[in-house]
Design a binder for this molecule. Sequence first.
Ligand code: NDP
Length: 326
Amino acid sequence: MDDIAGKTMDVVIIGSGPAGLTAALYAARANLNPLVFEGPEPGGQLTTTTDVENYPGYPDGVLGPQMMDDFRKQATRFGADCRWGTVTKIDFDQQPYKVTVDDKTELNAKALIVSTGASAKWLGLESEQQLRGHGVTACATCDGAFFKDQEVVVIGGGDTAMEEATFLTRFASKVTILHRRDKFRASKIMQKRALGHPKVEVMWNTVLEEVLGDKVVDGVKVKNVQTDEITTLKNVTGVFLAIGHKPNTDLFKEVLEMDETGYILTKPGSTHTNKPGIFACGDAQDKDYRQAVTAAGTGCMAAIDSERWLAEQEEEQKEAAESTAS
Ligand code: NDP
């Protein structure tokens, strides 16, 4: 990192999922020499999934880690500088913004692209973590098709749980929603859609105790929180967590405008945040779609927005210099 310490970059991109690496590709092709700090999970959430079958351009599907390698290769081919490292601090009071990486290296960024993504929430059970990617997942859109004619459970009672349960009825033979209370918080219409499907059942007041299986899921143990009764659902092969996502935006708290759950707010139809020269894309600002392809789309927007913003700044500085001189 010594080679970049103290330097001023045109664009620094924070995060390296589909949004960050697409921003890097576009910014590189615009000759902005973007510097990408890949963050604690290089490649983002897709590096924890197996097959990706819904990204356009891969008719036979692709492994998530492979796809993110391809993204990175394409960006670096045009000169993006992708580095291991996590941005740990930003001084927002000065422009260019002062960025600290890994609590050590300091450099300056005229424009910042925030593509820090979001992380699915997990229950924290040991068995859940052991079988993650082997039947336990947090994305029905990504993994639902692997459960054709099999029984699955969905955990949660919000819109995501309803949406995932409804989506899973296309493949699974039975979908059981496990919810810790006796009422869903999901919108009425999404509840109706899920509960109206003959394949969907609900176990109210029920929590997941343990995911069973050595290499793949072959059952779950659940507990009724009112009676403490434990039941084993032996035929379950898929466990879908839908207990919410947390955007990785703590670094920007009290500086960038966010909604009450921490998603960064951008100006309508753009990636501009409330701070000049800071752009947000991908899951850090999107709680509704959360797809690789939508993240890549907003990453492209962020690069174009930052390119235009930098050009405007340069123009303004030139005009100011000219008027001072005359
Ligand atoms: P929510 O926070 O709305 O719901 C999370 C659910 O998980 C709740 O039912 C909660 O239970 C449950 N839960 C949380 N923690 C635990 C735990 N430790 N153990 C068991 N259960 C737990 O998250 P969503 O992802 O569903 O939705 C997030 C936002 O995105 C919402 O605003 C939603 O409306 C929106 N959204 C919109 C969609 C659409 O319009 N198409 C689709 C998907 C999401 P409890 O209710 O008891 O707190």
